[in-house]
Ligand binder design. Structure first.
Ligand code: ATP
Length: 330
């Protein structure tokens, strides 16, 4: 295991930010920690890096217990959201910095820094200052600076948070390719579910200092264990016990995804409250016997394009598409 976290709790005064966490991350995994603001993701990342000490529990990296070791005694490196580049140093000197503090000779330093810059497609920008770069380029310098020291584990704390959507999507693909090329473990913190689904081999969903569920993107989307996960990863129609019995004749809390709600010739009559055109799909907010339901239909479906607000449509939801949720979760 690249990372083993056992029974880790972190308290700040009386407040428990991380609550008895257990987590194993394999070597070479792209692992994301996803959750709402304040759920404890960054605190876990900082404990892995060594910037924060657990109140209880142990952390091992590559089989070695590092719980109380200083950050520089751990085989990890961190990329922060604000990049933290040195403004007075040019790009290559920024990238070389970690090698210099490790006492690596100048020629070797230059060579390795140039190789790292090539990996992030910035070899032509070596002499520029950070202020002469775009946000995406600065982000890549921060990445080059982190990978140049060849850590076994790279920690990334919302590294794409400051970028606009288009650049963010481009950098996501580049990050994934880089991780594959390097073959090292990436631990990625984000509150953006699309980003986590795009990048990750596995994702841990955080809520109130605990992990609600760990799984692949497919597992989390198709088989969420709780209502919290169902609502946090994608959009969900959640039915409580009474609604489930009334609509499906099934007990318990159940969930169905909007793309599994069919509109057309058969089913129960519902009123269209709202139509939202999203480009590739059209989203309908429907009222079915007093229950609000979201349906999402391909925009290339010609009949769906004719449905108007206020009209009545037939809604068909197959009970086989229902996913049972752990009803005690909020
Ligand atoms: P975000 O997405 O907003 O970064 P997060 O999930 O990463 O959120 P953390 O930064 O881990 O959340 O914070 C978890 C909780 O611990 C928050 O309620 C935060 O206020 C609290 N916290 C974090 N650091 C400290 C600290 N040094 N002192 C006191 N409380 C802290």
């Amino acid at each position: 295991m690249a990372i083993s976290i056992r029974g880790v709790t972190k308290k700040f005064g009386n407040f428990t930010a991380v609550d008895g966490l257990n987590l194993e991350i394999g070597s070479g995994e792209f692992f994301s920690m996803l959750g709402p603001s304040g759920s404890g993701k960054t605190t876990v990342l900082r404990m892995i890096a060594g910037f924060e000490l657990p109140t209880a529990g142990n952390i091992s990296l590559n089989g070695e217990d590092v719980t109380t070791k200083a950050p520089f005694d751990r085989d990890v490196n961190t990329v922060f959201q604000d990049y933290a580049l040195f403004p007075h140093l040019n790009v290559i000197d920024n990238v070389e910095y970690g090698l210099r503090v490790r006492g690596i000779h100048k020629d070797e330093r230059r060579k390795r820094a140039m190789e790292a810059l090539e990996k992030v497609h910035l070899a032509d920008f070596a002499q520029r200052k950070p202020s002469q770069l775009s946000g995406g380029q600065r982000q890549r310098v921060a990445l080059a600076r982190a990978i140049v020291v060849e850590p076994k584990i790279l920690l990334l704390d919302e590294p794409l948070g400051a970028l606009d959507l288009k650049l963010r999507e481009k950098m996501q693909i580049e990050l994934k390719q880089l991780q594959r090329d390097l073959g090292i473990t990436f631990i990625f913190v984000t509150h953006d579910q699309d980003e986590a689904l795009t990048l990750s081999d596995r994702i841990a969903i955080f809520n109130n200092g605990k992990i609600e569920q760990i799984g692949t993107p497919v597992e989390l989307y198709e088989k969420p264990a709780s209502e919290f996960v169902a609502r946090f990863v994608g959009t969900a129609n959640v039915f409580d016990d009474a609604a489930s019995k009334q609509i499906f004749g099934k007990a318990g809390t159940n969930m169905i995804r909007p793309e599994q709600v069919e509109l057309g010739a058969k089913g129960k009559a519902a009123t269209i409250l709202e139509t939202i055109y999203l480009g590739s799909t059209i989203r309908f907010i429907l009222d079915l016997d007093g229950h609000q339901i979201i349906a999402e239909v391909s925009a290339s479906d010609d009949s769906a394009r004719t449905y108007r607000r206020g009209a009545t449509v037939k809604v068909n939801m197959s009970p086989t598409d229902l996913v049972a949720l752990n009803s005690k979760e909020k």
